[in-house]
Design a protein around this ligand. Sequence first.
Ligand code: PNS
Length: 163
Amino acid sequence: MRIAVYPGTFDPVTFGHLDLVERGRKHVDKLILSILRNEDKQTLFTVDERAAFLRDAVAPWDNVVVDAFDGLLVDYAERTGASLILRGLRAVSDFEYELQMAMMNRRLAPDLETAFLMPNEAFSYVSSRLVREVARLGGDVSGLVPPAVAKALEEKFGRGTRR
Ligand code: PNS
């Protein structure tokens, strides 16, 4: 059974993440979306909220599950039986950070591969950070995140009017 882990912060999940899940899941038997539990990082949504958004969004796909992890990603991958880490590359600007993580993970676990997929170009500029910022400042993010996320952002910041 080929198992892949797609780790991330997912604060919150965007259509860019989901595009990647849809592409990645076709190449494995099971794809685990796993949220890093990071006490040091200030997030907008709790791990439970982020997991609920993800579960709701991936419900149509039977080989995708949602989980959370602590500690090293390579240890988590070993515990879950994953042989692949899946990550998205949107632009060259992502590359340096992703390369560093992939090389560090390879050093820690030489048999664990990292695979990168490019999201649909329509989402190449979408990031959770920008979604949070635009929502906070009154912009409309409804075309960039699932409806439940848009609603939760609206509850926090009010309805985005600037399109
Ligand atoms: O969505 P993000 O914030 O870019 O995801 C980063 C993540 C969760 C993939 C990365 O921070 C991670 O794997 N953290 C777990 C701790 C770890 O294993 N660190 C060393 C790997 S370089």
